[in-house]
Design a protein around this ligand. Structure first.
Ligand code: SAH
Length: 213
């Protein structure tokens, strides 16, 4: 499928601009990514609203503002990001956004059926620079690291050590931390020092330990 801006995608992108999203590349990919492809049949009429939606298995597709805001953090890395790791593939919507912005995307999901459908969506959109793994995201993907940027799209109780280890020098990691009240945490790694900033309040499903069949 050839990706191009649509009327609904452009309306969603305009809404995100009004809420503070600034990066032109992010705005462009939001306007051209068919979010309706990533939501269940009965919710397609809500696909372009700025809301999280259920995708089955007790999981959700993230709110578009949050997707755009987290993606902006990765684009602000002080060198061109080549390899990105995503934890929590879910519907694959965030994955598809990343795949249009970065050369190599790696994504880990613990629920196999979600991963299966996300993979089909990447193929349908001709996004072939994504590698997916069924596994436990707490462990990252050590054999493919280090990664220039890491994004976690489920809430962790603490920042997983493995992800900090797998982050490149000067790389950026963005991760929601907390239980019900979650903070979006941005980690910068420089000369082995880890700098941590809170950059907002978010609400994600939990990052659960262990992979499921
Ligand atoms: N970015 C996704 C968000 C999906 S919700 C989207 O917009 O569709 C979070 C996802 O994280 C769920 O699919 C859930 O199964 C997954 N997840 C939770 N714990 C995990 C873990 N330990 N490892 C990998 N994936 C995990």
């Amino acid at each position: 499928m050839n990706l191009h801006a649509t009327r609904k995608g452009t309306q969603l992108a305009s809404l995100l601009i009004s809420e503070g999203i600034k990066h032109t590349e992010v705005i462009k990919v939001i306007s051209q990514t068919p979010r309706d492809l990533f939501v269940p049949e009965g919710l397609k009429h809500k696909a372009y609203e700025n809301n999280a939606l259920p995708i089955g298995q007790g999981q959700t597709i993230s709110q578009p503002f949050t997707v755009a805001h987290m993606t902006e953090q990765l684009l602000n890395t002080p060198f061109p990001v080549k390899k990105v790791l995503e934890i929590g593939t879910g519907s694959g919507y965030q994955t598809a956004i990343l795949a249009q912005l970065f050369p190599e995307v790696y994504s880990v999901e613990r629920i196999k059926s979600l991963q299966f459908h996300a993979k089909r969506r990447m193929n349908k959109l001709d996004l072939h620079n994504v590698k997916m793994k069924h596994g436990d995201g707490w462990l990252g993907w050590p054999s493919k690291g280090p990664f220039d940027a890491i994004i976690v799209t489920a809430a962790a109780e603490s920042v997983p050590d493995a992800l900090i280890e797998q982050l490149s020098e000067k790389g950026r990691l963005v991760v929601p931390v907390g239980k019900n009240q979650q903070k979006l945490i941005l980690i910068n790694k420089e000369r082995q020092a880890v700098k941590r900033d809170e950059i907002g309040d978010v609400r994600f499903v939990p990052l659960v330990a262990g992979a499921l069949a």
